[in-house]
Write a protein that binds this ligand. Sequence first.
Ligand SMILES: [Fe+2]
Ligand SMILES: [Fe+2]
Length: 482
Amino acid sequence: MPEEKPTLDHEHRPTKLGTEFITKFYRLLKGTAIYDRKNFNIDRLTQECVQVINGIVRSEGNLFLKIVRDNFFFNNIRIIVRADKFPIFKAFWQDMRKRWIGELEFSEEVNAEHLKDFIYLLSGLEENNESNYLYVKKQLEYRNIESIEVGKLEFYRDEEIYIDSEDQKKYSKEVYFKSIGIVKEVVEGINQQKAINIRKAKRLMQNAVNAIMQDDSTLLGLANIKNYDEYTFNHSVNVAIYAIALGQRIGIPKKHLSHLGMAGLFHDMGKTKIPKEILNKTGKLSPEEWSAMRFHPVIGTELIMRMKEWGELCTRMIEGAFEHHLRYDLTGYPRLTRKRKISLFGRIISVADFYDALVRPRVHNRFPYVSEKILGLMLERSGKDFDPAVVKVFINMIGIFPLGTLVLLNTNEMGIVTQIQEEAELIDRPKVCLLYYSDGEYRKGKVVDMREMDEATRNFKRSVVKTLDPNEYNINVAEFLM
Ligand SMILES: [Fe+2]
Ligand SMILES: [Fe+2]
């Protein structure tokens, strides 16, 4: 979403004000999904939002927010989205896009009741209706609210936009499995010394970037499912997906994200030259076998350098292949004769690679770590093995309970995590699809939101108690997630 580097000039006033407004406005909008109009939480959120809006109107004379493609403009100046604010911007962007609203304007100070009217109007809009803005305009007019204006969201034709979430899911799945196909093709191509179709892979990674920018939950969900047999191919695609999703949150420009995907997709290419007996060995590796194993980044780099088809991508690909087992403090392998900093792509791919390699079952670790443990491990080693900034964003992205995790709730219900909350403070309150047992198997129940409060006790209705192993319950997570 942001084109700039994540470093931000703190004096950039439109960014500061625009971010303040979007944060409060989005919180309020989210609140309407959980609370009704008379709830005290809504009063508080409305009050906070009124203060920000009126403060801006007083100092700037006007508050005009416009969404153009995936950029936000505050009083006609583009907002630079900071990495830590990215989840909120993205969630807000998705909510507005669903409703086809692309402009919000406050030309005068508002009062709380008018703002409440407006926010419930917005949140009650149907999805995918292009003329929503006309309906809101009429309703505002009818209620004599003159200080608030809305406008239609404008899309650009050259962008692939999947408004319908089912379409989007189907598209994401297609991208995932096609990517596995292309990795297979390339690996076979290398083994048989055939020409390799790089262009197809590039196009697929551009599609993956588009899908992830619109909604990364399906692709991250697919990457999180851990019951595939063909480890190598899935691993490559997963690393690419984690890398793109991570890069997006860090603020890497869109056109470089597909390069990052390519670097992720082919980071382990060197493994094609390692004997299968070593790769698939279940027992402990001998020192010789280990050193062969540790040679795969160098082999990968050589393979890339020998292929002219990579073109301008060459450097990026080398960063992924050569650096992914190098640690942040420059230990790891291959040994460096001259110390130099590891590239951003290298740092991102090593985090994605580490996570995906540990989280899934395979010959080397028959008992996969649960995600919480790996994230803990990464945090522990952040600054030594991994770039701390990258780790922080990654943990936020995966959540404590990643998509597809089987969880037990304090209500004794069982469920599967289907959505992570975008706000960091709510990372332990995902949306969960409840499971119920009937006719000898588990079935899909309703989806519940762990943020939901019990009005009477003012406690959360449900909380996650612990994670469970789906294999123990004979549950195929993929079926429930898709
Ligand atoms: Fe590797
Ligand atoms: Fe790897």
